[in-house]
Ligand binder design. Structure first.
Ligand SMILES: Cc1ncc(COP(=O)(O)O)c(C=O)c1O
Length: 435
């Protein structure tokens, strides 16, 4: 069954906008938990003993990390900030693993000091720097990130497993073998391999290719240099259907195909690990914007809303487009697609282009269905914004990053405040008068 994105009803959207202001991130707890359960039931049951981790870069709001940890996920962190978030969300360091192609010595020291569960080693020099810190290891284990030389069909900026990527070490060029030798010689606890081929994938084909290459390499290294190969981390990557995208496999079908193909070629003794991000949280989130201006440009309605690049840089970064619902200020619901869609054609529909409020083109959404009777002050709700929106937000143009409201069984709860002038300017010092 395809997964449908969470969406708000008109009354709910107006109520949330009135209470918490706009732009506003809204997350639905039940959707996050149901996606987490889909992973658990399909991945863990098909691969008993496997580990599921949440790639917290998708959305590192503390409440989201708490929910996914409660659902049995360990936490993938890719920076000291994400490690700090996991710890503040109450996750023991032992249940986190650390990624990064540019880890500083300070970050390695902090991670080892906290007793992080695993570090994913990304370069030869990092392997050496860990060898130099051997006395600081508590229970931390190491995985080696490989460059599996596969190129999935996805946007070039989120394709990360091809031969000339900055991530990991190459099987083909021999640097992966060199790193393993270095760590084994140093007596480091190197227990597995990792590969992430890219994001926004429709199916697991590229991940399966990568897994087979990595497993062959691991098995060969076990025989050749005594590598204690125990864990194979397949990365993350399952996508969601943004506007105009093909529908990716459901989580259940994706896991069934992934585990089926990997288990057929990889020994049962190897523990599998996966670290999805987007597919857990994207469809659980919406962003409520207020329509500020509507103008006619060359016969097309140009709609400007009160957010944009600063709360969602994905359209500018990847040319991403989003599905939207338009709610008239007069409070009638106008749901343009999806289950339960209504099209009571009061005055007809026009196709609009939606822009953000920033000083670039900031073209947010294309081909948006707008009621002809639309007016400034209406609400525009973008769907599937739960991943890579809040976590990529900035203060560009001194915009305040939006608040996040979590819809819980008992009602909406503010889990992240909107920034205010005090928080925005807290880091700055004036230089005062000259002379
Ligand atoms: C190493 C690694 N693991 C997991 C993920 C999560 O990917 P996704 O959100 O597509 O599932 C990413 C995303 O960039 C990543 O770089």
């Amino acid at each position: 069954m395809d997964e449908v994105p969470f969406r708000l009803e008109s009354g709910q959207a107006w109520d949330l906008a009135d209470r918490f202001g706009t732009p506003l991130y809204v997350l639905d707890e039940a959707t996050i938990r149901s996606r987490a359960r889909a992973y658990r039931e399909s991945f863990k049951s098909a691969a008993p003993g496997s580990i599921l981790s949440y790639a917290s870069k998708a959305n590192s709001t503390l409440a989201v990390i708490e929910i996914l940890h409660q659902e049995g996920f360990t936490i993938d962190v890719a920076s000291e900030g994400e490690l700090e978030a996991a710890l503040r969300a109450g996750v023991p360091a032992a249940e986190c693993h650390l990624h990064g192609n540019a880890k500083s010595n300070a970050l390695l020291d902090r991670a080892l000091e906290e007793g992080i569960g695993k570090i994913v080693v990304d370069s030869l020099t990092e392997a050496q720097r860990l060898a130099d810190r051997k006395s600081k290891f508590k229970n931390t284990k190491l995985l080696l990130r490989l460059n599996p030389s596969v190129q999935p069909e996805t946007h070039e900026k989120i394709s990360t497993g091809h031969e000339d990527t900055k991530f990991g070490l190459s099987i083909l060029e021999g640097s992966a073998e060199q790193a393993l030798k270095l760590m084994i010689r140093a007596g480091l606890p190197i227990v597995g391999l990792h590969g992430h081929v890219g994001s926004q994938l429709l199916d697991p084909e590229a991940q399966v290719d990568a897994a087979i290459r990595m497993a062959e390499f691991g098995t060969a290294m076990a025989e050749k240099i005594g590598f204690a190969f125990q864990i194979l981390n397949l990365g993350g990557g399952l996508g969601v259907a943004y506007a105009g995208d093909p529908q990716p496999l459901s989580i259940a079908e994706y896991c069934r195909q992934l585990v089926g193909a990997v288990r057929a070629r990889v020994p049962d003794s190897i523990q599998l690990q996966q670290e999805p991000g987007r597919s857990l949280v994207a469809d659980a989130g919406v962003t409520i914007y207020r329509v500020e201006t509507i103008k006619e440009v060359s016969g097309v309605p140009f709609v400007s809303v009160d957010g944009g690049l600063s709360d969602n840089p994905r359209p500018a970064l990847y040319g991403a487009n989003y599905r939207t619902d338009w709610f008239r200020a007069s409070n009638y619901a106008y749901v343009t697609d999806g289950p339960g869609a209504v099209s009571f054609d009061l005055d007809g529909v026009r196709t609009a282009e939606v822009y953000g409020a920033h000083c670039e083109v900031d073209h947010l959404f294309s081909n948006v269905e707008m009621p002809v009777a639309a007016a400034e002050g209406d609400l525009l709700v973008a769907l599937s914004t739960g991943a890579y929106n809040a976590s990529m937000a900035s203060n560009y143009n001194r915009f305040a990053r939006p608040a996040t409201v979590l819809l819980r069984p008992d009602g909406p709860v503010l889990v992240q405040d909107r920034e205010n002038w005090d928080t925005i300017f807290a880091r700055e010092r004036r230089i005062g008068p000259t002379g």
